[in-house]
Design a protein around this ligand. Sequence first.
Ligand code: GDP
Ligand code: GDP
Length: 433
Amino acid sequence: MSNIVAIVGRPNVGKSTLYNRLTESRKAIVDDFSGVTRDRHYGVAEWVGRNFTVIDTGGYVANSDDVFEAAIREQVIIAIEEATVILFVVDVTTGITDLDDEIATLLRRSKKPVFVVVNKVDHGLLQSDASIFYSFGLGEIYNISSMTGSGTGELLDEVVKTFDEDVVEENTLPKYAIVGRPNVGKSSIINSLIGKDRNIVTPVAGTTRDSIHIHYNQYGHEFMLIDTAGLRKKTKVKENIEFYSVMRTIKALEEADVVILMLDAVEGIESQDVNIFHLAEKNKKGVVIVVNKWDLIEKNTKTVKVFEETIRQKLAPFTDVPIVFTSVTEKQRVLKVLETANHVYSNRAKKIPTSKLNDVMLPIIENNPPPALKGKFVKIKYITQIKGTSPMFAFFCNLPQYIKEGYMRFLENKLRENFDFTGVPIQIFFRQK
Ligand code: GDP
Ligand code: GDP
């Protein structure tokens, strides 16, 4: 179920300011001690309990040449095709420009919901200036100030109403998405798995239009593969190739149960990879890391360990993730990727019986109780796993608000040590009892 909100508009209207306000990227700047500079053009946002991905299209065009207007027009077209909702940002202080008009013309043809977002309405006096934007003929306008945040709540209330309901599909096959930067070997691994049956590949009804789902059923494995590699659409503007591939990756990721993130052993792990990983983690998807082109690496007895450590360092704090080293061209460990994905899939669906959970965890907690805070002692009484698509645990205790991040991590590590949750994000909640 993918909900992708694309922010479009000409430069300087405040797209990236709005993007930062909607996503957690401001927090990420502070949190980011992994040493990787993340590109911050897409990220996860949450409003009234609904998660969605926001993408700032402005991040994908260079800021100063002739292709520039053409690039923006093309982006709007891609956004109309790929996003669930479009936020068309304009600037109250400049009024309507020619480029605004051009974008509006493209958007009037869109069947997707379009919200006209009038930005920089920092105070009430500007409200009346904003009404000129009704002349786009795109319906209601939403006056906001990305700088102060005013009006964004009202906007998001309406945006989330356009989303599909979160439905839990039952009895469906596991869905695996193979994602990664260009040239890492995505097409090669898919070809090696399905061989010449490639042309039996058919889009499956009910899935996102024209995303390619491959029904795999061989060697005792049955699942759906979501292919992002085969979907290279021609764009006229070079800068939009990345934009397009990011849109595709986000969609595949949101549909998948397990994300198979492929890296090139020679290139190593880069900021884009880390970004995709965090997106998968925030969406509570299972993850398998595949380091491909292993044949090109000079190896000694320590090489695997060094690679694993470097990768995990960049993925921190979620490091309990399987890493498979493959050479698709030499047919090394390709099936191991599938076995690992199946394993992660079953970890994500795993339900630990309450009695077992308490038998294991309560003695651990007894020996390492939460540190006392202001003379108060937290007593954890029992634990249950909450029903959901990914593992969630509720710890019932007297003073839930007194539990700190560090202790939460301790509990997560103990859950991981005692019950195999490799490859899946775990959520922990503390509840009053
Ligand atoms: P983008 O090019 O569309 O991504 O625009 P930016 O987000 O980079 O913003 C362009 C300029 O407008 C920056 O100087 C921002 O500080 C400013 N800006 C963004 N939002 C607001 C707002 O709500 N009010 C005011 N007064 N300025 C804003
Ligand atoms: P994609 O863009 O991620 O789909 O990557 P491709 O599958 O098109 O592969 C890009 C290039 O890498 C092709 O020339 C492949 O033959 C090559 N390649 C793929 N896997 C391997 C591998 O395991 N080892 C080596 N040496 N080359 C590989």
